[in-house]
Write a new protein. Structure first.
Length: 551
């Protein structure tokens, strides 16, 4: 074989049956998948956005328009689709709202990148342009932001309301009131910085009644009942013992044999066990506790002794709830019963059992240090309260981000239009081919107001032209899409405000995931054992060709 023939011989280094897609084909497939995922959630954006119904393999139904929930419930096989799910989860974790926005922006950036690639612009040039544009966009969003203080309660309420209008618009007034009260309770100033302890807000849901029946409890609500009917139903000025140890006799850890040769010995054995449980209850009583909250189990005999002593006891309480109780009541969680003293007890004005939705629940109210509160959600069905819970969590995330950063922007797509206009001016000063990528980034930001207009039944092109014209005028930066009136309006006057953090995180995540996708020029999928989860027939990533599976 000549050296020329050797050079022309293809080198095979992959196992037989492996699949490989290279170059522009790989990029096209990845962009197509990213766009398809974004398209799937795009219609859920804004107050007039539509809902999605997702049915899993067990037949359980989820009805929502929360981007992160939709994507996490969908069975997306393709690795690029999973990357889009990840950015929605990150947005949810970091801010709590704007999950649809970040996916729509990423899909838009990929679509624009596809157009630029078809014009012969290299992926590296697009990546550099997008990176510069994202950096500049974040600076511009910060420039157009307004300040907010926790003392401005009306504005804080409006931020909560804006956040949940897409999900529970009919009840956004009442639910945003609950969020405002809850946030006010858990916000405090540390070193001249406002800190909101989100973990101190518990959301408890119970089907039955209507959303109108939802309320804020100044304390903790446990989805548990007292362990014995002989215990009091209500305890005033309760002194609360918090235990993360069981009131039970431990079984020996190694194999143990107990030999009993007479009935007397058996009785003695049982009496000893009873005595040990009685001593545990006596220790609780001696410490002065009138309420016992236990993370683990309570033996039937111990329940009897606790009832005789008039102590209200609850068992198998979640660790997170026990931590909240410790914070609210001022008590200390004790791991050894014998170590329990009066100093470890927490205090609450009232501990009582109440029937909610046909089930007993324990209310621990008006605590010593009410820095932990519970929002008790009611609703006509499980689906309604599940969506209400997602709304509440989004609203808590938005208000928390606003107060901690102290900066907010106007909604309705107004800040996106303002930043897009300024970004185009910046693009002209950059020059070179990167300029086209920066202008494309500006176009993508305008997808948000365009989609809002579309979902409100407006003509998206007319709305966009109108917004651009008004933003060039004085006080134009607040003009956005009023989805209820079906026209453009001043969003600040309409009190449609959002935290700055939503925009910054969305721009960062969307730009980064797009950059990562554009860098890929080779997809290699093995066969057999090497084809892991998410791999479709022939070893290629599942969902090739823009398909997405749904359980």
């Amino acid at each position: 074989m000549t050296s020329q023939q050797q050079m022309n011989q293809p080198v095979i280094f992959l196992s037989e049956g492996s699949k490989r897609v290279q170059g522009r084909d790989a990029l096209s497939i990845n962009i197509m998948i990213g766009k398809a995922v974004a398209e799937a959630v795009k219609t859920t954006l804004g107050p007039k956005g539509r809902d999605k119904m997702i049915v899993d393999e067990l037949g359980d139904v989820t009805i929502t328009n929360d981007g992160a929930t939709i994507l996490s419930q969908m069975s997306i096989d393709h690795p690029i689709g999973k990357m889009m799910v990840e950015i929605a989860k990150t947005q949810d974790d970091q801010v709590g709202d704007g999950t649809t926005t970040v996916v729509v922006l990423a899909g838009g950036l990929l679509q624009k990148a596809e157009q630029l690639l078809s014009e012969g612009i290299h992926p590296t040039t697009i990546i550099k342009g997008y990176r510069d544009a994202a950096k500049k966009a974040k600076e511009l969003f910060t420039e157009v932001a307004d300040k907010i203080s926790p003392t401005d309660k009306a504005l804080v309420k409006e931020i909560a309301k804006t956040s949940m209008t897409g999900k529970s618009s009919e009840m956004s007034e009442e639910l945003s009131d609950l969020v405002l009260k809850a946030i006010t309770e858990v916000t405090e100033k540390k070193d001249n910085v406002w800190v909101v302890d989100r973990d101190s807000i518990k959301v408890e849901k119970k089907a039955g009644g209507s959303l109108d029946d939802s309320r804020l409890v100044q304390g903790i609500v446990l989805d548990k009942e007292r362990v014995h009917t002989g215990m009091p139903k209500e305890v005033k000025d309760a002194r609360i013992a918090l235990l993360d140890v069981a009131l039970e006799i431990k079984s020996p850890e190694t194999d143990t044999k107990v030999q009993i040769s007479s009935p007397d010995q058996l009785q003695e054995f049982l009496d000893q066990e009873e005595k040990m449980l009685k001593n545990m209850v006596d220790t609780v009583k001696k410490a002065g506790a009138t309420v016992l909250i236990c993370q683990k189990g309570i033996d039937d005999i111990a329940q009897h002794f606790l009832a005789k002593e008039g102590i209200f006891a609850v068992r198998r309480v979640k660790k997170s709830d026990l931590d909240k109780l410790a914070k609210a009541t001022g008590g200390t969680i004790v791991s050894r019963i014998n170590d329990l003293t009066k100093k470890d007890l927490g205090f609450a004005t009232s501990v009582h059992e109440e029937k909610i939705g046909g089930e007993e629940m324990t209310f621990i109210e008006k605590c010593k240090n009410p820095k932990a509160v519970t929002i008790l959600l009611r609703g006509g069905s499980e689906h309604v309260i599940d969506e209400a819970e997602r709304s509440i969590n989004d609203a808590i995330g938005s208000t928390t981000a606003s107060l901690e950063d102290g900066l907010i922007v106007s909604g309705g797509g107004s800040c996106e239009i303002e930043v897009a206009l300024k970004l185009r001016n910046y693009a002209q000063s950059v020059g070179g081919r990167e300029q086209l990528a920066i202008e494309a980034f500006a176009d993508v930001l305008e997808i948000i107001p365009k989609t809002l207009a579309e979902s409100a039944g407006m003509d998206p092109i007319d709305a966009l032209v109108d917004l651009r014209a008004k933003h060039k005028g004085k006080e134009g930066k607040y003009v956005g899409v009023d989805v209820y009136a079906g026209k453009t309006a001043n969003m600040k006057e309409k009190k449609v405000m959002e935290p700055l953090r939503i925009k910054l995180q969305a721009v960062t995540s969307a730009a980064e995931v797009t950059e990562m996708i554009l860098r890929i020029d080779d997809i290699i999928a093995g066969v057999g054992k090497s084809a892991g989860p998410g791999m479709g027939p022939g070893g290629m990533p599942g969902g090739m060709g823009g398909e997405m599976g749904m359980d």
